[in-house]
Design a protein around this ligand. Sequence first.
Ligand code: SF4
Ligand code: SF4
Length: 85
Amino acid sequence: MTKGSISIDQERCKGCTLCLGFCPQHVIAMSNEVINAKGYHPAALVDPTNKCTGCAICALVCPDVCITVFREVRVHTGGVVVHEP
Ligand code: SF4
Ligand code: SF4
């Protein structure tokens, strides 16, 4: 399965929890110990076993465009480099 990761701009996040509910791998959680400048507990990636697939659903549903998605690049032995879409 494709591996991915995300970066969340916690200062932009308004803590709406939408990304949590939509992540099929359940690897986003609210940072209850963090409060951003707007006064919200922001979302954070919690993925100790690397389950994020880079599907980008979280980024698509985030109303404040806080999430950047990274997806692994696979290099095939035939010399062809395939970039995941
Ligand atoms: S990219 Fe997909 S799997 Fe990864 S955190 Fe976002 S919704 Fe979850
Ligand atoms: S959907 Fe966006 S604004 Fe809402 S909790 Fe997730 S990162 Fe924050």
